[in-house]
Design a binder for this molecule. Sequence first.
Ligand code: SF4
Length: 143
Amino acid sequence: MIEVRIDCSVGRGRFCGQCCMATEMVLTVEDVERIASLGYRLEEFAEVRRGFLRLRNMDGRCVFLDPETRGCRIYEHRPLGCRLYPLIYDVEEDTVAMDGFCPRVEEAAVLGSREEAIRLFRRFYALAVEAYRRYLSHGMRNF
Ligand code: SF4
């Protein structure tokens, strides 16, 4: 299993949160089910953009970002893509890379091989496509 370790703390209980601004994070079926099991309705945390269900933004930031601390309100249950970031997938090239947008990318550690990471991201996108198909069939309310 791929694991990405990065310290996002900026001290005094606050966090960087840069990657949570104007998020485009894609959601998988598993992400949706896990977050919904916490009591959130799909339309509260997801929106459809560019062919996927994605984390919803509110006031220009992820709906789960605490504006005071810039920490994640559902950290233990956050989407797979958030767990993997700043490791990202290039769909066209079918490869993985570290996202230079993250100010701490040089300090991030990826446990696992490149091949494992690529396999994980392929599964990730298959489950994201499934989430979108389910949304098309059932809508937000009956997902
Ligand atoms: S941009 Fe990087 S350091 Fe900042 S919250 Fe995201 S992963 Fe953490």
